[in-house]
Design a protein around this ligand. Structure first.
Ligand SMILES: *Cc1c(COP(=O)(O)O)cnc(C)c1O
Length: 249
């Protein structure tokens, strides 16, 4: 794992330099879905502090196992969140990247307030590419379609009013492509959307862009990513037949 982590850090640093930043400006989230808690411990020993999980139940087992001995770990939920899991998610995670409706934001808000913890940091997941299989707020063509923009703006403003949660930025999943460059317009569009929404809602932090995975971190970073979600390039291929397996993405 040391070699893959070094390689990832190099990729991040090179891309950061192109966009006038350093590797330290970009948060590496190790996507540990399907991998056991031991893999997280190993990555933690090498300095990784942020971990991303797709499913609440799978994450809960690992968080319960590790949170006492590794209190510095920051847990990110990056997979689709169902309403009936919102209570657990609000209690377990530091960040939820996959908020994709006002209803789910309201549920997270209510349950987070009940925990008495600091506000939950959320990102609004946006479907920029228009792929039907992708979750997220519809955001294709938001610059030219005033209905899409109004809907996004109104929903984000309503979410910003909720107690117990803070909007830290936007997240997207680019369509899979052999050619990483093909994803650039998606990342570019998300960056512009973040700026536009932040102008409407200046009192929320709104500084994060969670975009870029193993295959396209460089493109995402040169388009302004502040968080990259890296699974395979750090932990190796996922084995969905393992006990930790599951549908994933
Ligand atoms: C699995 C997953 C990742 C990591 O993908 P890799 O290609 O393994 O780096 C990132 N983001 C989300 C939302 C995921 O589900």
């Amino acid at each position: 794992m040391q070699a893959s982590l070094t390689h990832i850090h190099e990729r991040i640093a090179r891309a950061a330099a192109i966009s006038g930043r350093t590797g330290a400006d970009i948060r590496l989230i190790g996507v540990s879905k399907t991998h056991p808690a031991e893999a997280i411990v190993q990555a933690h020993q090498l300095g990784v502090r942020d971990f991303g999980e797709n499913r609440v139940q799978e994450a809960e087992a690992k968080i319960m196992q590790l949170s006492h001995d590794y209190p510095a770990i920051c847990w990110h939920l990056i997979g689709h969140l169902q309403r009936n899991k919102a209570k657990r998610a609000a209690a377990l995670f530091d960040y939820v990247h996959s908020v994709d409706s006002l209803a789910i934001a309201e549920a997270l808000s209510r349950y987070r307030v009940e925990t008495g913890k600091a506000p939950l940091r959320i990102l609004l997941q946006c479907n920029v590419s228009g792929e039907e299989s992708k979750e997220g707020f519809a955001a294709t063509n938001w610059r030219h379609d005033v209905r899409i923009w109004d809907e996004l703006r109104t929903t984000a403003i309503a979410i910003a009013e909720l107690p117990g949660i803070e909007i830290h930025g936007l997240m997207t999943i680019a369509p899979y492509s052999e050619d990483a460059e093909a994803t650039r317009p998606v990342f570019h569009t998300l960056r512009e959307l973040r700026e536009a929404l932040h102008r409407e809602i200046p009192h929320q932090p709104f500084h994060e862009l969670s975009m870029g995975m193993s295959g396209d971190v460089e493109v995402a970073i040169t388009e302004g990513a502040t968080m990259v979600r890296v699974g395979r390039a750090l932990f190796g291929e996922r084995d969905y037949a393992s006990p930790q397996g599951g549908q994933g993405v």
